[in-house]
Design a protein around this ligand. Structure first.
Ligand code: ADP
Ligand code: MG
Length: 259
């Protein structure tokens, strides 16, 4: 298949772009898809941190500043996933030239099925370029009106650079009646919700362990949703992991072990 470049964007910061890039990328890799995830959030890079790659000397910063070649900024993630992190320093951010991103992406396409770009929030130059280089754009939104209002601006920006948004990922949903649902997103943003990812404390716990939640707790609600999203994107049938019921004895043993 030809490579598909997805940009994971949002208007507001902190909606879950990095979490989605990491877990969608890992889930695609688990499906056997050749996948690479790139941290194009050059100023607030944290994709590498979530995989324990924060000490990497050569990152996208060095590539975008012309100091290094992209092949030297590719690191191994789980299940054959490839990762291009960005550096954490402000200096690295300042020396990066985001205009080079298109060239970098072109150099990474060989033999790949999916390239996922973790984009910065907002409407700066660094956030427009990832929209312009994408084949497909996914918007990560939270069930709040402010998140949707900001997402609408990104939709407009995406169209301005000649692309269209594929759909929204409604992240951190809870079962509240007042919450914004898929219907509301469709009405306000004019796009479908491709997947809803529930609020799940396992996401934060997995981050603390520098492991994608889809690996650390594969049966948790957010993990199942990320895997469903990956299956949809890959056009494959989602197979629900078997949730084994704990027996009474197993529960007691686990309670004792915890102490
Ligand atoms: N479904 C979820 N359930 C619980 N916490 C989440 C979920 N998605 C994201 N988070 C948490 O929200 C915070 C922001 O997520 P992150 O992916 O870094 O957002 P962004 O990249 O858009 O700034 C992180 O602390 C992350 O662990
Ligand atoms: Mg982020």
């Amino acid at each position: 298949m030809t490579v598909q470049v997805y940009t994971i964007a949002s208007g507001k910061g902190g909606t879950g772009k990095t979490t989605t890039t990491l877990n969608l990328g890992t889930s695609l890799a688990m499906l056997g898809k050749k996948t690479i995830i790139i941290d194009a959030d050059l100023g607030m890079a944290n994709l590498g941190i979530l995989l324990g790659l924060e000490q990497s000397k050569i990152t996208l910063h060095e590539v975008l500043s012309g100091e290094a070649e992209v092949k030297d900024a590719i690191y191994d993630g789980p299940y054959g996933l490839k990762v291009v992190p960005s550096g954490l320093s402000l200096k690295g951010f300042q020396k990066s030239n985001p205009d080079k991103l298109k060239q970098v992406i072109s150099a990474l396409t060989d033999g790949m099925d999916y390239i996922l770009i973790d984009a910065p929030a907002g409407i700066s130059r660094d956030s427009i370029i990832p929209l312009a280089v994408a084949d497909r754009v996914l918007l990560v939104v939270n069930p709040e009106l402010s998140s949707l209002a900001d997402a609408l601006k990104i939709k407009t920006l995406t169209e301005l650079v000649g692309k269209t948004v594929d759909g929204a990922i409604l992240n951190r949903t809870e079962n509240e009646k007042t919450e914004i649902n898929s219907g509301k997103v469709k009405e306000l943003l004019g796009m479908d919700v491709i997947e809803m990812i529930p609020e799940d404390a396992n996401v934060r716990r997995a981050a603390a362990f520098k492991t994608p939640v889809v690996i650390r707790t594969p049966k948790s609600p957010a993990s199942i949703a990320f895997k469903k999203l990956a299956a949809k994107i890959a056009g494959e049938k989602f197979v629900e992991p078997e949730v084994k019921k704990e027996s009474f004895v197993e529960r007691i043993v686990r309670a004792f072990r915890r102490k």
